[in-house]
Write a protein that binds this ligand. Structure first.
Ligand code: KG4
Ligand code: ZN
Length: 341
């Protein structure tokens, strides 16, 4: 089964073609990051307009690279939630129009489920059940993946996502947007114990996270030092932030996997590219006898392959959308999107 999938939930216009889910025939990502860097963060209106300009070009390029004609497509998929609503609507409406014109099914895909499916692309042997961490610019969630289309959200951030904290701290450190990867590089060689930074939890909710305290602590440290004319050891602060995020996330994910009796942990989302988080996950999973799926960096950030892979499993489960399918800025990953018109 050949699927063309579109991803446009934030600032990447992406398209991919997959055969039977996991075999990726092409993967094209147009990043708008340079455009948003001028403003220090994603400007939703600009994101929507950029998607509108690029989506058909990116999709055509994905078909060309895959060596696939329009008539070869068996379905067209798109991310329909969660994300920037205007951005989602551009990709979803493009995909719905393609499906209508080609008389093939339209498959709505949940972005978080898509991130998890990046692990299927990365590891052909990975099968549910397993415990997934999805950490991105908008979400930090721990999910029990019971099968490809049934999942239970075990925990989530109560305030900022980990990526949001990384990006805001990076901005105050004058690093270029998006700051997470730059902060990770700055942290190399820094002393993570030089500054005391908080690791917050949520009382009574063992798998929930909180990152706004960490964000505020790091930003205040930088502002106070600037007011006093003192120097900050930027590499040490960056290393401390990476360590604090990993210290918050890793034990909860491992605990969640053990709690659910799972043998495997999978990590995904842009923040899963973080080198400290990856190292700590590897170490903790080894110590607890859990196997770990960590996708390569190119599959951690937003891409079309992950949507194409998940779309295949949604199709097999009968989760087909119609041309009336709407998009949603927020939606739990446990929801079946095709039931939300
Ligand atoms: O999954 P993603 O591409 O988009 C969303 O769905 O949000 O994640 C983007 C986030 C941004 O906050 C970015 O700064 C962060 O992932 N990120 C990182 C790293 N690479 C990307 N954060 C920490 N360390 C990294 N190496
Ligand atoms: Zn994402």
């Amino acid at each position: 089964m050949i699927i063309l999938a579109i991803e446009s939930s934030c600032d990447e216009t992406a398209a991919a073609v997959s055969r039977d889910g996991r075999e990726i025939l092409s993967d094209v990502v147009y990043s708008q990051a340079d455009m948003h860097a001028l403003y220090g963060g994603v400007v939703p209106e600009i994101a929507s307009r950029q998607h509108a300009e690029k989506v058909s070009l990116v999709a055509e390029e994905a078909l060309r690279r895959a060596g696939v004609g329009r008539a070869d497509l068996d379905a067209v998929a798109a991310t329909c939630a969660p994300g920037l609503i205007g951005a989602l609507l551009v990709g979803a409406n493009f995909a719905k129009a393609c499906a209508l014109a080609l008389d093939v099914p339209f498959i709505p895909v949940h972005h978080i489920r898509g991130h998890i499916a990046a692990c299927y692309v990365a590891d052909p042997a990975l099968e549910p059940p397993f415990t997934a961490l999805v950490a991105s610019g908008g979400h930090t969630v721990v999910i029990d993946v019971q099968d490809y289309t049934h999942m239970e959200v075990l925990g989530a951030s109560r305030d900022d996502a980990a990526g949001e904290a990384f990006d805001k701290i990076a901005r105050v450190l004058s690093l270029p947007y998006p700051g997470g990867a730059a902060l990770d590089r700055l942290a190399q060689g820094g002393d993570p114990d030089k500054y005391r930074l908080p690791r917050a939890g949520v009382h009574g909710a063992p798998f929930d996270f909180s990152f706004s305290g960490l964000k505020t602590a790091a930003v205040n440290l930088l502002h106070n030092a600037a007011q006093k004319g003192e120097c900050v050891d930027r590499a040490a602060l960056a290393a401390g932030v990476c360590r604090a995020v990993a210290d918050s996330v890793v034990p909860r994910v491992v605990e969640a996997a053990l709690h659910c009796g799972r043998r495997t942990v999978a990590a995904a989302g842009g923040v899963a590219a973080n080198s400290v988080l990856r190292a700590q996950l590897e170490c903790a999973c080894r110590q607890n006898g859990l196997s770990l799926c960590l996708p390569p960096l190119r599959l951690c950030g937003d891409n079309g392959s992950m949507i194409a892979a998940q779309a295949y499993y949604e199709y097999l489960a009968g989760n087909i959308g119609s041309s009336a399918q709407n998009c949603y800025a927020t939606m739990p990953a446990s929801e079946n999107l095709s039931r939300w018109l």
